[in-house]
Design a protein around this ligand. Sequence first.
Ligand code: GDP
Length: 422
Amino acid sequence: MPTTCVVGILWGDEGKGKVIDYLATETDFVVRFGGGHNAGHTLVLPTGKLVLHLIPSGIVHPHTVNVIGNGVVVDPIHLCGEIDKLQKRGLDVRLGQNLLLSERAHVIVEAHRRQDQWTEAQRGSGKIGTTGRGIGPAYADRCARIGLRLGDLLRPELLQRALAAFAAQKNAWFEPAGLAPVDVAALGQELAAAGDKLRAGIVDAGAVLRRAHAAGKRILLEGAQGCLLDLEHGTYPFVTSSHASTGGAFSGTGLPPHAMRTVGIAKAYATRVGEGPFPTELKDDLGDKLRIAGNEFGSTTGRPRRCGWFDTVAVRYSGAVSGASELVLTNLDVLRGFPLKLCVGYRLPDGGRTSELPAFDLDRVTPEFVELPGFGEDLREVRRFDALPANAQRYVQAIEQHTGLPIRTVSVGPERQQVILR
Ligand code: GDP
């Protein structure tokens, strides 16, 4: 099937960047369909580590066309900076050729950042843990129909009209809230200048992708964050403001839903960054040990990630919601020397038991575990499944059994070739 959608199965940071980089060696298009520069995908290339925030991970492959879809919110200043950074690394980034930007994608401006930080501060102890980069407010303005789109940046009259409506709405509450008002003239100039820089790349990306799809081109849809951060299906309200699961791949690209297969990326253990329920979290020394072993610190913010046991209840739910037909299991190497436990059910606050992810009170469930024997061997050089230690094989098979999803690809290190195909 020529179109593959890659989604994170829990709360993001599953190693999607590495998997997409690996799959992109045989792909014509790599498309980001949601989120903003709050995402961070880490690639370990022969030339060193590269963290991408907005530009799809296919950019390191010269033959691949990279598309920022209409479902992404784009901070044009950040995007220009990211293009510069990649070019300085010697990567070939050509707007309109190997980097296309949807004219329908919404724009993040400085006022969104200030709003994001202000709103998060107002939440006090109920804070969500956003990155403060304006992503949520930009999506909210899209829904409120006062958003600015990349295509507006190329149309001076439209831009002025859109900015006037935007500023009128913002300033009506910014000023009473003690926030500096939006300066329409300065913002207009800034956006027009960014539009000039990005002009060659701003296209009807949906039309390009539908033509490519019809021509049988291989398309990889790159999810940001993960299914449990999906605005609809995630652990609301501790979610992101976009559709991080497969649904966002249709609405965020303009590609039709048929003929698409979905691959879910899951770490061999669970992590979560920011606030929100996390039933299998390890709050003890073992959790600290796992954080160090897996280098679980955010690639965008450096924030320490919360770590815990693999949760087959949550993974089965996300697999169902995303329509994943298989899992790619990453970071199996990190579990060397650890005891192995899988969460296979939740005990509810009322004493009942469930193997479904509840919409409420997830912070009050008690996980039920099965224990498996661990392994002490270094897996990073292993390239065949049957060459893995027997206990590592059993762990992978137990995950398949409890999630109902086959695992055909196991990642045993951050580098592109550290992969086992079954
Ligand atoms: P993403 O947002 O899903 O792309 O994930 P991140 O890039 O934020 O985090 C994944 C981290 O794990 C990165 O530092 C990767 O280099 C690293 N990584 C990916 N796969 C593996 C693996 O199989 N083993 C190890 N040890 N690290 C991995």
